[in-house]
Design a protein around this ligand. Structure first.
Ligand SMILES: C[S@@+](CC[C@H](N)C(=O)[O-])C[C@H]1O[C@@H](n2cnc3c(N)ncnc32)[C@H](O)[C@@H]1O
Length: 310
């Protein structure tokens, strides 16, 4: 058993992955009331609100910190002056002050791959510098596509794994989970005759198929493919990035709730007590559970190995 905290918790995708690995959540934070509602319905607790207002001393001690934090530029003024200056006013600063106080042994940060090039590379450089030099972590960043790990969705995310060197030694090495040999495709998960997800004929003509450029991605029961990344604005009909289904009364519809669960690797019995718009937003902001579950498994295995030898 290990204890963890769930920061920027959303609807708890990372929490599911931790719990599947035997973790016990001792603190969660998420300020969006719709996400809080879904979280409460599934995990029985309402996450604490705005993390910037929470004193790190009030957070229980824990073995593992998870955070899929929003990425923001850092001021370049405080480059050599320690993390308070470097990260002031950003949500990463809140992650850092919690790590500094608790000396959390293991960390998993998750973000969009654009983090690497954000603000001309400065954001990622500061994150690495603060974690390694100011806080004493050995860190391992990697961009992984969830489609290699049990879901029929292209979803590339950067994962930053960190181990506190004081606990595990300077020589700790980390092996990322290997990709699945057998892949999953969307046709295994499509539902038939779903109503309520229709895209009107008018919208199809005026927007979705206005240009004959093969976009958006349209799928049906014969599509042995992976769907495109589910984005948080999917409900606004993202024709360039979206995936839509040949089905329903108007011929084309949005992905259903169950299909969203399947492409994100969420359990079938995960409850959605919010509107459809919020549902897409919440899944689009979340993580593909199976890949995170595997990464956490590897983190725990590595920690157990190096704790003994150190
Ligand atoms: C990319 S999402 C993370 C989703 C999560 N990993 C999941 O599985 O659902 C980032 C989340 O951070 C939340 N957030 C942003 N600023 C926050 C703050 N100051 N305090 C608490 N939560 C915040 C947003 O509402 C959003 O749900």
């Amino acid at each position: 058993m290990f204890t963890f905290i769930d920061l920027f918790a959303g609807i708890g995708g990372i929490r599911i992955a931790c719990e599947k690995n035997g973790g016990k959540c001792v603190f969660s934070s998420e300020w969006d009331q719709h996400a809080q509602k879904t979280y409460k319905e599934n995990f029985g607790e309402t996450p604490h609100g705005d993390i910037t207002k929470i004193d790190e001393k009030e957070i229980p001690s824990h073995d593992f910190l998870n955070a899929g934090f929003p990425c923001q530029p850092f001021s370049t003024i405080g480059k050599r002056e320690g993390f308070e200056h470097k990260t002031q006013g950003t949500l990463f600063f809140d992650v850092v002050r919690i790590l500094k106080h608790h000396k959390t042994k293991m960390i998993l940060l998750e973000n969009v791959p654009g983090l690497i090039t954000h603000d001309g590379g400065n954001t990622f450089t500061v994150i690495k510098d603060v974690l390694e030099n100011d806080l004493g972590y050995k860190i391992f960043p990697k961009v992984i596509n969830a489609s290699d790990h049990g879901v029929p969705q292209e979803r590339k995310r950067i994962y930053i794994v960190g181990f506190l060197k004081d606990k595990y030694g300077d020589n700790i090495e980390f092996n990322w989970p290997s990709a699945d040999k057998k892949h999953k495709y969307i046709n295994q998960f499509l539902e038939k005759h779903q109503s309520g997800y229709n895209i009107s004929k008018h919208l199809q003509k005026s927007y979705l198929f206005k240009q004959d450029d093969g976009r958006p991605q349209i799928i049906d029961k014969n599509s042995e493919v992976k769907v495109k990344t589910l984005v948080s604005t999917y409900h606004k009909i993202q024709r360039l990035t979206g995936t839509f289904v040949r089905d329903g009364e108007t011929g084309i519809r949005l992905l259903s709730e169950n299909e969203c669960k399947a492409i994100m690797g969420f359990p079938k019995d995960f409850k959605i007590p919010v509107s459809r718009t919020q549902m897409y937003r919440q899944f689009g902001n979340s993580v593909a559970v199976p890949v995170v579950e595997k990464i956490i498994h590897q983190i725990l295995k590595t920690a157990a190995q190096y704790k003994k030898s150190h």
